[in-house]
Design a protein around this ligand. Structure first.
Ligand SMILES: *Cc1c(COP(=O)(O)O)cnc(C)c1O
Length: 216
């Protein structure tokens, strides 16, 4: 919810020291980080140190379903003992084909990853220009802090009804009280005009809700 990134190397070092296994959720990173879109562990050169890495096909890859990776023995173990897996239906062929096409494309194309980060910078700069407070972090997740559950829900409703912008309010218990927020995740396809439209809407709603501005 804060868009922070785990100290993966330090955790792997600790795991090595104590003989522990590691499990890394890269759902928000596969397709988006690393030279081939393998995720943060790929970017940091740490993939071979993770016991199990989890990804989704439903975010950057744009379809549905998920996966884990690991040694063949580990994957075989989970395939054989994971009841949630054994008793679930398999991905339909159309989704599998879509996932393969998407993964093949993103493995070879850094364009979307670069453009994604560019859009994030653009959104943050536009928010800064209007004094809309957002939480700094090293990722593409831009939490805009509201700090009030009712206002957070109200702003999200008005953004949809009056401005055609869909963003979910993140309230307690997902985040602690007083840190209620709107969590923006720009995509590579958002235009400058989209971002200006969003920030313009937030600018007027900030005044209507008498919310505090960030000081530059
Ligand atoms: C979205 C998300 C999941 C769940 O992924 P699905 O493919 O929607 O089931 C797991 N972990 C994190 C960190 C997520 O953001």
């Amino acid at each position: 919810m804060d868009g922070d990134i785990a100290p993966i190397k330090e955790i792997c070092d600790l795991a090595d020291k104590y003989g522990a296994m590691t499990y890394l959720d890269e759902v928000h990173a596969v397709g988006m980080y690393g030279p081939r879109g393998g995720g943060i562990a790929e970017r940091e050169g740490l993939m071979d140190r993770i016991t199990i890495l989890e990804g989704t096909l439903g975010k950057a890859f744009g379809v549905m379903g998920g996966f884990i990776t690991g040694s063949s023995a580990m994957c075989d173990f989970i395939r054989s003992y994971g009841s949630g897996f054994i008793f679930s239906t398999a991905l339909p062929p159309a989704l599998a084909a879509g996932a393969i096409a998407s993964i093949r494309h993103l493995k070879n194309s850094p364009f979307e990853r670069a453009r994604h980060q560019d859009r994030v910078r653009r959104l943050r700069a536009a928010l800064d220009a209007k004094g809309i407070p957002h939480m700094p972090n090293p990722s593409h997740i831009v939490p805009v802090m509201v700090g009030d559950a009712a206002k957070c829900k109200w702003i999200s409703d008005i953004l949809l009804d009056d401005f055609g912008i869909y963003v979910q309010p993140i309230n307690y218990p997902t985040v602690p009280r007083k840190t209620e927020r709107l969590r923006f995740t720009p995509t590579p396809l958002h235009t400058d005009a989209d971002i200006d439209h969003l920030v313009g809407a937030l600018h007027s709603l900030w005044s209507r809700c008498a919310l505090a501005r960030a000081v530059a």
